[in-house]
Design a protein around this ligand. Structure first.
Ligand code: ADE
Length: 246
């Protein structure tokens, strides 16, 4: 898969793309990253990428020309999508990350300043994505989040495919609590069921924990779940105060 990143700050990506799984995925030849500097597409001697807004008001607006030309200069290959990172976009989720991981090319455009000229929007974006209801000073950090979440889903990037299927959001639930050695830490013991070696009981406990954690922490997600009869039973079993199974 190929990521093309259109930005006025290509240098921001240096360390992120040269560390962690992104580096390994690149070295394995599974992903390619190509950075494109919007400033290379300016036509004035100051290499301006922004200007004051028509109608007045605070801040600067990114000029349509350089932005569109930078995106249009990216050669499209295979199944490709142009995505613009903006707080006004569709909320980014694990589901969207999975869809993106199926593409051959993702062209990510990062906005800056107070926004972009509205006329550029339909040219640079087939889809607009927000990584959350807060305002970053630009789309770069949002693009990095998308790149990370997508890259780790591409087959061959992570060693253990099972670790993806069990993690938060993959099954529509938050992940169950995890423990490792020592058996006791500051007076708190590992839930006994995890030491039994009884895989069926452990799986039941984990499912119940994931369900209850989602119910408590993310009622918005929990409400939309279609629970099986088994799940309902698990919740009622495990939420009994006298339950000593974990
Ligand atoms: N640019 C600025 N804030 C953003 C956000 N929350 N998501 C995506 N792009 C952004």
């Amino acid at each position: 898969m190929r990521f093309d990143i259109v930005t006025i700050f290509p240098g921001m990506f240096d360390s992120v793309l040269q560390e962690t799984i992104l580096k390994r995925a690149r070295e394995k030849g599974i992903v390619e990253f190509h950075l494109h500097d919007i400033r290379e597409h300016t036509h004035d001697k100051h290499r301006s990428v922004d200007d004051t807004p028509y109608g007045g008001g605070a801040g600067m607006v990114m000029i349509a020309g350089p932005l569109c030309e930078a995106v249009e200069a990216v050669t499209r290959t295979g199944n490709s999508r142009r995505v613009f990172l903006t707080p006004q976009g569709e909320p980014f989720t694990q589901k969207i990350a999975r869809e993106f991981a199926e593409l051959d090319q993702l062209i990510l455009t990062c906005g800056r300043y107070e926004g972009i000229d509205e006329r550029a929007r339909k040219i640079i974006a087939e889809q607009e994505i927000s990584i959350g209801d807060y305002v970053l000073s630009g789309g770069e950090i949002a693009a990095m989040s998308v790149i990370d979440a997508v890259t780790r889903l591409i087959p061959g990037v992570l060693g253990n495919a099972q670790s993806i299927s069990e993690e938060s959001f993959e099954a529509g639930l938050l992940e169950y609590p995890q423990y490792t050695r020592p058996e006791e830490f500051r007076g708190e013991r590992v839930p006994p069921v995890l030491l039994t070696g009884n895989h069926a009981e452990i799986a039941r406990w984990r499912r119940a924990q994931a369900l209850m954690r989602t119910m408590k922490r993310r009622p918005d997600i929990f409400e939309k779940l279609e629970l099986s009869l088994d799940d309902r039973e698990l919740i009622s079993d495990f939420s009994q105060p006298d339950n000593t199974r974990g």
